[in-house]
Design a protein around this ligand. Structure first.
Ligand code: MN
Length: 135
């Protein structure tokens, strides 16, 4: 499936290739900013097999609203959780995790950054062994 074919399944714009954060992703992702302020909200789309590195939201967490395709969310030391449209993930601050597409499916989620004073994201290592056995 191409990006334009997947756009027909996604009710929000897929936007442009997410080059600004590409160094923290395996595979290609796309970013469409929806609301810049007072609460940053964006639609993030992952091509099949794409996922972000392990990372930690410091200060404020992150809320994911799954909108299209099939993907995963995993917290360090726990099994991966499969995600489908309508699923909600409430990621607390200070929890090491990743999110992204299934190996054979595009995936989109709305990402809401929980505001915090001096909030930041700490990017860590790519997801390798934990991804290998996912369907
Ligand atoms: Mn995150």
């Amino acid at each position: 499936m191409t990006k334009s074919e997947f756009q027909k399944e996604d009710i929000f714009p897929i936007g442009e290739e997410n080059t600004g954060f590409a160094q923290y992703f395996t595979g290609k992702s796309y970013l469409a900013g929806l609301v810049p302020q007072p609460i940053p909200i964006a639609n993030v789309t992952f091509e099949p097999g794409c996922r972000n590195n392990w990372h930690i939201h410091h200060g404020g967490g992150q809320i994911l609203l799954c909108t299209a395709g099939r993907g995963y969310y995993q917290e360090w030391g726990k099994p991966a959780r499969e995600l489908h449209p309508g699923d909600v993930v409430n990621i607390p601050p200070e929890v090491k995790h990743w999110h992204g597409a299934a190996p054979d499916s595009w995936f989109s989620h709305i990402a809401i950054s929980v505001p915090a004073e001096n909030g930041s994201c700490e990017w860590l290592e790519p997801v390798t062994a934990d991804y290998e056995n996912l369907k």
